[in-house]
Design a protein. Sequence first.
Length: 345
Amino acid sequence: MSIVPGTERALNSGPFRLGDRVQLTGPKGRKNTFALEEGGEFHSHRGVIQHSAIVGLPDGSVVVNSAEEEYLALRPLLVDFVMSMPRGAAIIYPKDAAAIVGEADIFPGATVVEAGVGSGALSLWLLRAIGPQGTLKSYERREEFADVARANVTTFFGYTPENWSITAGDLAETLPQTTEPGTVDRIVLDMLAPWECIDACLDALVPGGVLLCYVATVTQLSRVAEAMRATGRVTNPSSSESMVRGWHVEGLAVRPDHRMIAHTGFLITARKLADGTIMPELKRRASKTEFSAEDVEAWTPGSLGVRDASDKSLRKRVREAQAAAESSLSRTLGADADADAPEAN
């Protein structure tokens, strides 16, 4: 779908219109996100707000419900959207998405490969980072997850980006079939066993390209690191995790929040060496690094297991995501029509 220049900015600014997504924050700080509809109503246990009372207001306005309670109305940011969108699979949280964009050095115009796509949360951040001149190729084993991701991306942007594709299937098999060797700038893997795809990824990367894996457990982290080193084709991998602790700041009452977003996953990155290059050995103190293939399997058994949502639950999430996408597409088509209409004399 082609977009009239300036439409994307217009969809995210100006007075609220029918079809826009709005985030209402109540007296206790609870956030509720929904799309404005003709004749629609927002209900809470304390009162009702007519959608028509929000339409026409500027972003950042206060509306009052039938019980005289005040709500702050804002357009949701990307960080708000990904935390409230329908999910087919667990999402990469914003703190990790920000670290991925930074550590993988995702830049405007880059060609990026992502696997698996999950519910599309990371896809949104990557599409933002590469801009319209870049290319994002996403790969997902499960078609149901791909359907949810497509709908979520369409809902957020109001259209399906032309520089984004999703390929269903196993990455190790589909990547060589869909991508020329040495043409990808960055690869981000969010999957159960990324070590199975490392050779295919390195074939696709340009020399100096970044391979980043997002894994949840220490055992996965260990196995990915050793698999990377075993190829002899990458720099020594670097590993990290990020934790976010909020602070309560009111007057002189300044202290850490009682709750924080702690461990969600590890990031491990390495860069592809030029063909024929041998990585210089690092000078280290002797340590217990000897291990066998049996040790690796005992440390990271092949049957790691994964929690799958039921087929009924997945079908419901696909319906919810696609309904939101259709509403967002209708809003974009309306904005395109307004942009194409001749100005009144």
